[in-house]
Structures are given as structure tokens and as C-alpha cells.
Design a binder for this molecule. Structure first.
Ligand SMILES: [Zn+2]
Length: 400
């Protein structure tokens, strides 16, 4: 196995799950084990780095003076949905298109996972069935290290100055919380944290949330007639007053949604938490208006009750910022063209660290890693696609 892949195999064996119930920074100290390992690997390439008090690693590889410094970033943590303790990656060379026995009774077949059909003859790295793989985003880390290794070992190839950023806690949405754009030093950057090799994202949702508290009238059920207003009934009425077709299970592409994430209800009081998403900011505002209308509708049905509605914004679509940096998109197009690949620009139906960095002044589109089925035991990496992305980023960074 070549060094680029060996690094990836090293990284996935380090348990780095983040924890959304923790208030420490980073949320779990074990993420720092990988941050320090990355520092060692950078040092081996002759690159000095800094691990700051927030668990963020910054480093720089100087390039041609006068060219824009370009950033690369990836996250060290893994998702909460599935354990990443004691990951035992399996290497399948020359994949034949058949069923893959992962272990622990789990199998993966092209019938269930059609993407596998695209990887016949490829080398795949899978889990052993009992953990996730952590290619999200350790493939991103390993690709960045491979790119740096390439430029360090080809000193005759002129390139842009490269700014490196490895963050903790992306999976719990705290990646950009302690980001220091000055320390990073990049004019624009690329997040290496995605899936299929030709998919690029310059758009995220605009995100808001609604907290609804509905106050009923509680009374002994035996003497409730004409008096009780059950807060649970108010909650049902509220949800029904919102447009049903905007539930996430009925939406895709550029369609936004209102999603009831949780509801705790009793007779006296019901609390509902919604997230509200749309790629278009004006449409997001319209969806927020739907919550005011739902409130009025329930008040009309149940005169005399009270409903508290609190709406707030969470993040914005990074497209607003990336549109102001045509250069960073042109670089992507040019690099793909050099490799003979036509990229597909697809909006992310969620957020990304890149959105946070973009709104802090560093436009940051999202590049893929060649990995699939993130956040679970069916996660796998295509070595062929990993190498395509490595070459893509080398092309992006070469001096023109
Ligand atoms: Zn990720």
C-alpha cells in the first residue's frame, strides 16, 4: 500500500467521535490524538504547525510569492450515529462487483448500494461491520496530506502558498466556532469533505429554527367537559396548520422544508422544536411567515389559549459569498477539465464548515473525497476516486 493510503488507514484507527452533549472545547479530548498525529505527519514533511487552545491545527506550505494563498481544510471528528472505536478497515483489491462480507453479519451489495457498481476493478476500503469507517472526514485529511507530500517531494513544481486547517467538532456543527481567518491566512479555501469524485458544492441551506410553546388548560378529566384545552391538541393543530408538503420527506433538490425535530407535550403545556431550511433566503423568510400564520390559525380555533413562538436564524447559504469569488470556482472548473472530468455542482441539503468560513471572510466551496455511505457501518472509500481528488487539488494549487 502506498503512503497516501497508509496515512488514511492510520487516521481511521484513532477514535475521534465528537459529543454534542459536551461543553468542552473540543467536545472530546480524544480528537486531539489525531490532531497531534497530523502535526507529526506534517513535521515529517518539514511543515511546522500550531495546535491552538481550541484544538484547531494551522499550518502553511510556502509557495510562489505574489500568488493568492489558497486554503485546504478537513475535520478530525467522526459522526455520532455509529461508533468509531477500534475501526478495523478492510481492503478489497480489484473489487469484482459482488456482495461484500463486512463482518458481524453485515453484507453490502450493489443491489442495495448501487454506487458499488461503479467501482468494479477498484480498490475499496470498508468497515468490518461493527463501526463506521470515518472516511468522513479522514479521507479529506489524508488527501490534504497527500497533496502536501506531492508538492514537498516535487520542489520544481511552482504552486500557490498553501494554508492548512484541521478542525474538531464539525459533526456537531461547531467546526467554525473558533476559526481564526487571520491565522489561517487563505484568500479562499476548499473544504475536502464530501462524496462522489465529481460532485462539488458551493451552496448550502439558509437555516432557521422555531420554538413553539403552547399553553393548554388542565383540569381533572372527569370534569373536563367544556373546560379542558389539551396542549397536545394545540400542538397537533399547529403542525397541521403548516404546509404538509414542506415536510422533509416530501422535498429534494432546491425544495426547502419545515421539520418538526422534537415535541414534548402534556395537557398543560406542549413544546415543539422545528428546523426551517431553504437555499433561497426570501423563501426561507416566507416559511418563517408560515409559522406566524399557523399560530394565528390555532388561536382562531382555540380562543383564549396562548402560544409563544420564537424564531431565530442559524446559518446562511454560502453561495452569497462564493458568488463574490469567481476565481475559486474557476480554479475548480479548470482543474477538473485538466483531468477530463465534468464536475456536477450540487447544492448541499444541509450545512458545512465551509459556510462558516465563508461568512468569516474566506470563501470556501466543498470538494469530494471519493467516499460513500457516511455516518454508518456501510461507509467505504474508493481508492481510485481518492487519487482523482488528490490530483484535482494538485491542479487547483499549481501556479498558472
Ligand atoms: Zn464530514
Amino acid at each position: 500500500m502506498e503512503k497516501d493510503i497508509l496515512r488514511f488507514l492510520d487516521y481511521v484507527k484513532i477514535d475521534t467521535q465528537s459529543d454534542d452533549t459536551s461543553f468542552t472545547v473540543p467536545s472530546t479530548a480524544k480528537q486531539l490524538n489525531l490532531s497531534r498525529k497530523l502535526q507529526e505527519d506534517l513535521k515529517e514533511l518539514g511543515i511546522e504547525s500550531e495546535l491552538d487552545e481550541f484544538g484547531v491545527v494551522y499550518a502553511k506550505l510556502p509557495g510562489v510569492e505574489g500568488l493568492d494563498p489558497i486554503g485546504l481544510n478537513a475535520h478530525v471528528d467522526t459522526a455520532l450515529e455509529c461508533s468509531d472505536f477500534d475501526v478495523k478497515p478492510k481492503i478489497i483489491e480489484n473489487y469484482d462487483g459482488g456482495v461484500i462480507e463486512l463482518g458481524h453479519g453485515y453484507k453490502m451489495s450493489p443491489a442495495e448500494f448501487p454506487s458499488l457498481g461503479e467501482h468494479i476493478g477498484d480498490t475499496l476500503i470498508t468497515t468490518s461491520g461493527d463501526t463506521l469507517l470515518g472516511a468522513d472526514d479522514k479521507a479529506g485529511l489524508a488527501i490534504i496530506m497527500a497533496v502536501l507530500d506531492y508538492f514537498v517531494s516535487h520542489p520544481n513544481i511552482p504552486h500557490h502558498p498553501i494554508c492548512i486547517l484541521f478542525t474538531p467538532d464539525e459533526e456537531i456543527g461547531r467546526g467554525p466556532d473558533h476559526f481564526d481567518p487571520k491565522k489561517f491566512g487563505a484568500k479562499y479555501a476548499y473544504t475536502v469533505d464530501g462524496g462522489i469524485y465529481d460532485s462539488v458544492a458551493c451552496e448550502t441551506f439558509n437555516a432557521a429554527h422555531a420554538d413553539v410553546t403552547l399553553h393548554g388548560i388542565s383540569i381533572h378529566p372527569g370534569e373536563a367537559k367544556g373546560k379542558m384545552v389539551n396542549a397536545s391538541d394545540l400542538a397537533f393543530a399547529f403542525d397541521h396548520a403548516l404546509p404538509a408538503e414542506k415536510r422533509p420527506q416530501f422535498t429534494s433538490g432546491y425544495e426547502g422544508f419545515n421539520h418538526l425535530v422534537s415535541m414534548v407535550s402534556g395537557v398543560d403545556e406542549a413544546k415543539m422544536h422545528y428546523i426551517i431550511r431553504n437555499h433561497d433566503r426570501a423563501k426561507l423568510e416566507e416559511q418563517k411567515e408560515e409559522f406566524h400564520k399557523a399560530r394565528e390559525e390555532v388561536l382562531r380555533q382555540y380562543p383564549g389559549v396562548t402560544i409563544d413562538l420564537a424564531l431565530g436564524d442559524d446559518y446562511h447559504n454560502m453561495k452569497e459569498i462564493i458568488d463574490g469569488c469567481p476565481e475559486c470556482v474557476r480554479k475548480i472548473d479548470k482543474a477538473y477539465a485538466t483531468l477530463g472530468i465534468k464536475p456536477r455542482y450540487e447544492p448541499i441539503r444541509g450545512g458545512t464548515d465551509g459556510a462558516g468560513f465563508s461568512f468569516q471572510g474566506v470563501p470556501t466551496p466543498n470538494l469530494p473525497t471519493g467516499s460513500y455511505n457516511h455516518h454508518g457501518r456501510f461507509e467505504y472509500l474508493s481508492v481510485r476516486e481518492f487519487k482523482i481528488i488528490k490530483n484535482l487539488i494538485i491542479e487547483i494549487l499549481k501556479a498558472e
